[in-house]
Design a protein around this ligand. Sequence first.
Ligand SMILES: Cc1cc2nc3c(=O)[nH]c(=O)nc-3n(C[C@H](O)[C@H](O)[C@H](O)COP(=O)(O)OP(=O)(O)OC[C@H]3O[C@@H](n4cnc5c(N)ncnc54)[C@H](O)[C@@H]3O)c2cc1C
Length: 318
Amino acid sequence: MRVFAVAEIRLGELDPVSVELLNLANSVKGDGKSEAVVIGKDVGSFAEELAKYADVVWKIEDDSLENYNPELYADVLLQLFEKEKPDLILFPNSSRGAELAPLVASKLNAPIATDVVGVDVKDGIKVSRYIFQGKLMVDIMLKKAECYVLTVRQGVFKEGEETNGEIVDAGIKPKVTPRREFVGIIEPEVGEVDISQADIIVSVGRGIEDASNIELAEELAKLLGGVVAGSRPVIDNGWLPKDRQVGISGKTVKPKLYLALGISGAFQHVMGMKDSELIIAINKDPEAPIFGVAHYGVVGDLFEIVPVLIEKLQKIKG
Ligand SMILES: Cc1cc2nc3c(=O)[nH]c(=O)nc-3n(C[C@H](O)[C@H](O)[C@H](O)COP(=O)(O)OP(=O)(O)OC[C@H]3O[C@@H](n4cnc5c(N)ncnc54)[C@H](O)[C@@H]3O)c2cc1C
């Protein structure tokens, strides 16, 4: 299969989800190829990075493509896809991917599935995705077609092999005059921490009780070399910014260590962290559902346990 992955450049940086799409592409391509597409004004360095994970990287460059414009981006993608005839096209399940994927799928008359977390290509294309706010996972068999379009959930396909692909200038320029023009980027208030990429996460729940106690988690996270995240009530209360929320209406994370402090383990939260390599939960309720997914559980008061942990780590670190 020829599997195309549409890379995403955001604020001058290659979004790591682009590599995750290629990990998926490499795992399903069979004896075909994984092919990245990168669009922008001057994308040479991004193409080089992508070539470490793709068999082929298609560069589409033009001054008008410097900033994202759905009409221009869809136009150049369609020009490439109509020429190269991919079997499967992957977009990130980002706001941009959610806009481009249906545009492309409708023009190519391709079946589309969104926010997929699993792909099986044995007899056609079967995808796994969550429904009913993450309560159920379903497998969906897509109608047989020449080409399929998927948007892929971030943080799911983090592991993959490295390759050494070739970079090809697609020689494609936009042919349409867009009706929309780029005005500017409004950055979110706090965006310096991307919890979906963190190896160590200290996550706090309602059990942390108050914004002033977040400091305790921050201190522990600092000593462990990690970042602080939270459950939805913590974000709803304004104790942490929205981009730190773990769960179905927040981010999916897969760190090496997920330390859950005062989190009950509601399924909406668990869906976002259950694939972490090591989960340690501290909760004073022995019946808390979080212990069902934790590898290690400590039944106790986090306000007694965390200061001891901090003290021990400080001693170890000298
Ligand atoms: C549509 C929808 C989407 C949602 N999306 C998300 C989402 O993305 N992410 C998310 O997290 N939630 C989400 N929720 C909310 C979810 O259902 C739960 O309400 C939420 O996860 C509970 O958060 P919590 O565990 O912090 O709080 P609680 O359920 O109140 O649990 C607090 C826990 O802290 C423990 N505790 C209290 N004090 C201490 C202490 N001193 N020491 C140790 N333990 C202590 C308690 O025993 C308890 O288990 C969503 C809900 C809906 C309806």
